[in-house]
Design a protein around this ligand. Structure first.
Ligand code: PMV
Length: 339
């Protein structure tokens, strides 16, 4: 995969992915190696575009939604650039612009899109040819979940066994076309940044929650089951797996010391609504490390589900997506500003 631009300029875009079997907990926090496999759906909408160019500055610079990224967040980009400098032999510094279509705080796994796009744009800028597997492992250095946004579609992130992370990457086991009726409705109840970052939350839960070993075992068991449910387009089976994984993640967070509470009052009310609605329509929920639940349903029920949500909670915003994605080279031209 490489880009057709001048020396050290390249642009790429990718979309976020939503895990059905959650990644939570690292066996190596520098290389972002997970304790277990995870399975996710990559979104077809709201791509994040990343432009990498050669810089005149002494240090690498990253501008995210118009604001400079500061350490320690900058280090997540630095790990990827260090590896590319080593592979290419080029020593120049870079300026990176990250342009999400959605504001970062909506809880739609924004870092997964950004680091997948950054891995492709930066490797193309440094003229380093990479297979999809290598690119997925490279994106993982910035954000673990970004490894799943590289292949897109329905992706499984393999935990891997090697200490250097060379076998910890994601691969697509079904294309987006495999299940076109699947619809995701992200219900935005809050745009506030989460109180505890995923990285801090993972460390705290792994050190202090007695449930952590159970969670890791559960992920290892659920990942192949989720893959089989998706391959067989078995909605009810996927629903049971995805809800169990999300509930266990939040159970872990609640039992950490001090506890981590990502959910809000409105989140609970929406989960109650999901439980009501699923008596009459195919529906399940999932919830990442934030307060904004994602309802998963099958077309054409997405329209009636959206109506029901808005009728009960007129103040929420709903973002509707299908499955798609996969990182790609993009035109660096202007895009719609974040709303
Ligand atoms: O990739 P990170 O470090 O932002 O972690 C993401 C973790 C969850 O979104 C909560 C779960 C997942 O598997 O995407």
């Amino acid at each position: 995969m490489s880009a057709p631009y001048g020396p050290l300029t390249a642009c790429a875009e990718a979309t976020a992915n939503i895990a059905m079997v959650k990644y939570w907990g690292k066996r190596d926090s520098i290389l972002n190696l997970p304790v277990a496999d995870s399975v996710a759906l990559c979104l077809d909408s709201f791509p994040t575009r990343v432009l990498v160019t050669q810089a005149e500055t002494a240090q690498d610079e990253v501008i995210w939604s118009g604001r400079p990224v500061q350490p320690p967040q900058l280090g997540r980009f630095g790990r990827i650039l260090a590896l590319l400098r080593e592979r290419s032999g080029l020593r120049c510094t870079t300026r990176t612009e990250v342009r999400p279509q959605l504001p970062d705080a909506v809880g739609l796994a924004g870092s997964s899109a950004a680091f997948a796009a950054f891995a492709l744009a930066a490797s193309a800028a440094f003229r380093v040819e990479m297979s999809e597997r290598e690119l997925s492992a490279l994106a993982r250095l910035g954000s673990g979940s970004a490894s799943r946004s590289v292949p897109g579609g329905f992706a499984r992130w393999h935990r891997g066994q090697q200490a250097d992370g060379s076998d910890s990457f994601s691969e697509r086991f079904a294309s987006a076309l495999h299940w076109p009726e699947l619809r995701l409705l992200a219900v935005i109840v809050s745009r506030q940044p989460k109180p505890v970052s995923s990285t801090v939350g993972m460390i705290r839960t792994s050190r202090t929650s007695a449930l952590f070993p159970l969670f890791a075992d559960q992920c290892s068991r659920l990942a192949p089951e989720a893959q089989a449910a998706i391959e067989g387009r078995d909605f009810d089976r996927l629903a049971r797996i995805a809800e169990l994984s999300a509930q266990t993640l939040h159970g872990l967070c609640l039992t950490a010391s001090p506890p981590i509470l990502y959910v809000r009052q409105r989140t609970i009310e929406l989960l109650e609504l999901a439980c009501d609605l699923k008596r009459s329509v195919p529906l399940f929920f999932t919830l990442d490390a934030g307060p904004n639940p994602i309802f998963v349903t099958l077309a054409p029920h997405d329209l009636s589900v959206s109506r029901e949500i808005l009728q009960r909670f007129p103040d929420v915003e709903i973002l509707s997506c299908g499955v798609g994605g996969g990182v790609r080279v993009a035109d660096p031209g202007p895009i719609r500003s974040p709303s």
